[in-house]
Design a binder for this molecule. Structure first.
Ligand SMILES: O=C(O)c1cc(=O)[nH]c(=O)n1[C@@H]1O[C@H](COP(=O)(O)O)[C@@H](O)[C@H]1O
Length: 224
């Protein structure tokens, strides 16, 4: 079985990012490049990291009108990402058009409720009810739109997995026991998320900010 851990490479410096990936590549299954990296280095940076030979997850969290999101999807065809994110709250038509415009081998997954939010935050955005209900509602919408799966926290992935058996589930907000939680609010351990049906485990700071990133990645690998 391939390693489900994708390193969240949230760094602004290209050379430091490349060096970190080179060091870690035997202990991770892929690299997630998000807004911080992409805004700094664009297509060139993605090509540079892709040289490591691991699959690239382009976490752009697209959220706009359908025509604009479809255009953005077409603009990243050449990068051949394994996974791309859009926001489920962009609506069904936006997700349908995103999937239709994506490259054939790219999995398009919808972010449901960010793992940095809890139910109080949700209420402040005008949504009453539990995190669980919100994730389930948006997972249904993503499935209806024909997406490959969703992004959710490890607290919801078990239930979503029961309902969407062949879905592809990306789970961030992972913290090995004892590591600092930072800005994340809905957190579980990597092992728990894997047990509950996560397809991909997104892990950033617990590895990248560790004194010894290789030791941290190996320790996580050993728990899976
Ligand atoms: O789409 C994501 O990857 C994502 C969704 C979400 O709900 N929460 C979340 O933390 N992420 C990303 O997952 C990574 C988590 O990083 P760490 O908290 O450092 O492990 C970051 O790159 C976030 O952008």
């Amino acid at each position: 079985m391939s390693n489900p851990v994708y390193l969240a490479l949230d760094v602004p410096q290209l050379e430091a990012g490349k060096a970190l990936v080179e060091k870690l590549k035997a202990h991770i299954g892929g690299v997630k490049l998000g807004l911080e990296f992409f805004c700094a280095h664009g297509h060139h940076g993605v090509h540079e990291i892709a040289h490591c030979g691991l699959p690239i997850f382009l976490d752009l969290k697209l959220h706009d009108i359908p025509n604009t999101v479809a255009g953005a999807m077409q603009s990243i065809h050449v990068l051949e990402p394994a996974i791309v994110t859009v926001h489920a709250s962009g609506g069904r038509a936006m997700m349908e058009d995103a999937k239709a415009a994506a490259a054939e081998h790219t999995k398009v997954v919808a972010v449901t409720m960010l793992t940095s939010l809890d139910e109080r935050d949700l209420k402040r955005t005008g949504v009453d009810g539990s995190a669980h209900d919100q994730v389930m509602r948006l997972a249904d919408l993503a499935q209806e739109a024909g997406l490959d799966g969703i992004v959710c926290s490890g607290q919801e992935v078990g239930t979503v997995h029961k309902q969407w058996k062949d879905g592809f589930f990306v789970v961030p907000g992972l913290r090995p026991t004892g590591s600092s939680i930072g800005d994340q609010k809905r957190v579980v351990t990597p092992r728990q998320a894997r047990n509950d049906g996560a397809s991909v485990l997104v892990i950033g700071r617990p590895i990248s900010k560790a004194d010894d990133p290789v030791a941290a990645a190996r320790a996580i690998e050993a728990t899976l």
